[in-house]
Design a protein around this ligand. Sequence first.
Ligand SMILES: [Zn+2]
Length: 301
Amino acid sequence: MGGIGFRRWLLGGAAGVLLAAVLGSTALAGSPEGMRLYVFTSHYLGPFPKAALQTGAGSEPITIPVAFFVIKHPKGNVMFDTGVNDKIIKDPNYWGVLFNVYHPDQKPDLAIKAQLQKIGMTTSDINYVVLGHMHLDHAGNVGLFPKATVVFQTDEIRAAFWPPPGAASSYIASDFAMLRAPIGASLPNAQKVIQLNGDLDLFGDGSVYVHRAVGHTPGSEMLVVRLPHTGTVVLTSDACYLKENLDKDILPSIGLVYSPSDMLEGYAWIKRVRDSEKGDVIFAHDPDTFKAHKHAPEYYD
Ligand SMILES: [Zn+2]
């Protein structure tokens, strides 16, 4: 009796291990009821030449959203990316020369606090901020969340404070200087951080999964959200700019690629997750796919 039970356990265990090996990080989630995904945009950018985001696109102009996301989960509220620093509303000089390259709009109703109000939240309701990377249109407002735990890759914060040659203009150190407080410090106001060298299953149930995806920058990361009803959604940040780039394996202009081969591997990873889990993909900057999705206060659950 005990032997059979043990054998069953052993077989079940072996099958479980096998299943886990096959599925890898995509093990089916125990996504809890009550989860929600909200889609927002920070200050739109453009018009500027589409060729910046897609090699060979020519001088055709493009205007793009700057998507950021809030995920409600019973164990905490998560923000993925934080948009363009709201200082831009009153101070175009905050972006220096890039203001006249990307033309961020300056609408006050796109400020983070105004937008969180739409879903009944304030910045202090956000428990985790995950940064896809630290460029000026993604880490811009991370300083609005001093009580949150900020999740990023070690390689990204190194690059952000000491950018590789040619990559300096997209990082504004004052956006994220507060992250440089000593890790684990007992300072009462030290920002809590989780500094990664790889992936992280944030709540241990597979429903909010951070995936390291070097390519666009030295420490980019994507977020996979597995919702109980909608299913899997991959949030790319800038690991891929446009759906057409993904479909046709087109890279952006070289100034926006730290490692071309790694960026293409990132595309392949997005497609693997999308196809194996019949999931959806939301890019930070694709105007058409952004338009096709529901925006806060509507949500996915
Ligand atoms: Zn971006």
